[in-house]
Ligand binder design. Structure first.
Ligand code: GRF
Length: 194
């Protein structure tokens, strides 16, 4: 009991653009007994992002941001982050690139999950590129976000075997499953020091 005195779960915002399976998984983890975080805000640049349904389902605040003007968009996000006392941002399938000034405001406090074994295959189409190169393994990485695309300090990685008859879809499915294992594990590591 004494251990719990003074402990406050960290406020996390998750940024998405699509399905939101990582978001859903993080929400579920946040409900676990020993969880050190709560997801209190969802940001999406995409009005049609399927993952937005989890905002309603789990009663989490959400905001859909019009990204026509990046500066305005990021200003709106920053206001919400401040108002809601967000301590850590988790990008999970968020398809927009954050500006340097935004990253500076949250230095060391933005995480991303990427579907490859970084530094290999930064950017898009990671699975197909790994298959085309006849790699034996691919995987996923959780890393800090810095000013260069998918190049921030690596927090944790998980290898996934590539089979001879693998397709983009098959490999993507197996890697996504590992992403769901990896992101909460990365958070555990990061939150100890936050
Ligand atoms: C994941 O593979 C993530 O690594 C990536 O986009 C996908 C998002 O999946 N960059 P979901 O929206 O969390 O289901």
């Amino acid at each position: 009991m004494a251990k719990l005195i003074g402990f406050k779960k960290k406020n996390i915002a998750v940024f998405i653009s699509g399905t939101g399976s990582n978001l859903k998984n993080l929400i579920k983890h946040s409900f676990k007994k020993n969880s050190k975080f709560k997801i209190i805000y969802i940001i999406s640049d995409n009005f049609n992002a399927k993952g937005l349904k989890y905002a309603k389902k789990y009663m989490i605040k959400k905001k859909i941001i019009n990204y026509k003007n990046i500066k305005l968009a990021e200003n709106k996000i920053l206001i919400e982050m401040k108002k809601n006392e967000i301590e850590l941002i988790c990008l999970a399938g968020f398809m927009k690139i954050l500006s340097n000034s935004f990253i500076k405001r949250f230095r060391g406090k933005i995480l991303n999950i990427h579907p490859s074994l970084l530094p290999k295959y930064k950017g898009l189409n990671t699975h197909q590129r790994a298959i085309n190169n006849k790699d034996k393994f691919s995987g996923c990485t959780v890393h800090y976000v810095n000013s260069k695309l998918d190049a921030g300090k690596i927090i944790i990685q998980k290898k996934v075997r590539i089979f001879k008859n693998d397709t983009n879809e098959k490999l993507a499915k197996r890697i996504l499953k590992q992403e769901h294992y990896l992101y909460p594990k990365a958070l555990k590591k990061v939150l100890i020091n936050l």
